[in-house]
Ligand binder design. Structure first.
Ligand code: CP
Ligand code: NVA
Length: 309
């Protein structure tokens, strides 16, 4: 079994295998209903346990459909109903039980440490469904969407990120290093990625550039990514942060500095970092992006359970 915790720890050839499998599976499901099962039910009899310590709409729904379409089933545990949350049971004991009742554990958590600890004690795969420091299933799926729309490997494209240096950007940075694509980041000076991430960038061969002007980040871009300025559980002065990002809003004027056929992606939910006109324009592919989570997460589940074709 294999965990799926951080993109930086997964070999790129495995990430590529996941993307290839997802493409095949998506093609083979044309005209299928949501709950129709893929040929050969590759995860028949398998149970995915899911737990969310933070809100979720897309990750929750897409993992539900993903395991169902592979022939398995899922159960969502509410953190406040487990002994673990009140400190009445250790992660180690909880992990033992999860491992004997389920076949994989998808966790959205407030704590990277907790994720690592589950990784240590579980004998079934743990999948990171968003942590304070990363959102790897989102970004792998976004690479799928970019390559699907652009019909080119991402290494041949210019990717821009305009927005906060958060969990989603950290995973995009890891992906840029793994898949070797150019990534230009636009954010205010005081909101650059943290030291650990900057060190990770420095230590690895990379094509990553950081600007404090949004225009410089998007010139020549094939794709512009963004995310909310205020993330879940972001403990900051919200009014100040929103004000600091005022000049980083993605509007039509900014889009014009990118390539003509540049697309806009956003993991959702959105705040006011993107203008309605851009969000609802033809260049915005956010609904296709959200849909693709199902396809890629199916292949992630197969990878974790060592059933990738
Ligand atoms: N993009 C994403 O992870 O959405 P949810 O928070 O709704 O799961
Ligand atoms: N950066 C956002 C992503 C939500 C999917 C957050 O952590 O809230």
């Amino acid at each position: 079994m294999k965990h799926f915790i951080n993109l930086k720890d997964i070999p790129v050839k495995d990430l590529r295998k996941i993307l290839i499998d997802a493409k095949d599976r998506k093609r083979l499901r044309k005209n299928f209903d949501n709950l129709e099962i893929d040929k050969k039910s590759p995860l028949k009899g398998k149970l995915l346990l899911q737990m969310f310590e933070k809100s979720s709409l897309r990750t929750r729904l897409s993992f539900y459909l993903a395991i169902k379409q592979l022939g398995g089933s899922t159960l969502t545990l509410r953190p406040n109903e487990l002994h673990l949350s009140k400190g009445g049971e250790s992660i180690e004991d909880t992990a033992k039980i999860l491992s004997s009742f389920g076949n994989a554990f998808m966790l959205r958590t407030n704590s990277d440490k907790k994720l690592e600890e589950f990784g240590k004690y579980l004998t079934i795969p743990v999948i990171n469904g968003l942590s304070p420091s990363s959102h790897p299933t989102q970004i792998l799926s976004d690479i799928f969407t970019v390559e699907e729309i652009k019909k080119k490997p991402i290494s041949k494209l210019n990717i821009a990120w305009v927005g906060d240096s958060n969990n989603v950007l950290n995973s995009l940075i890891a992906a840029s290093i793994k898949f070797s694509f150019k990534l230009k980041i636009g954010c205010p000076n005081s909101y650059q990625p943290n030291k650990m991430i900057l060190n990770y960038i420095k230590k690895n061969k990379n094509k990553i550039y950081i600007y404090n002007k949004s225009k410089e980040a998007v010139v020549g871009a094939d794709v512009i990514f963004s995310d909310k300025v205020i993330s879940m559980n972001d403990k900051v002065n919200k009014t100040k942060k929103l004000n600091d990002f005022k000049k980083f809003k993605i509007d039509m004027k900014l889009m014009r500095f990118a390539k003509k056929d540049c697309i806009f992606l956003h993991c959702l939910p959105r705040g006011n970092e993107v203008d309605e006109k851009v969000f609802s324009s033809k260049q915005s592919k956010v609904w296709q992006q959200a849909q693709n989570r199902v396809h890629v997460q199916k292949s992630i589940l197969l990878y974790c359970m060592e059933k990738l074709r």
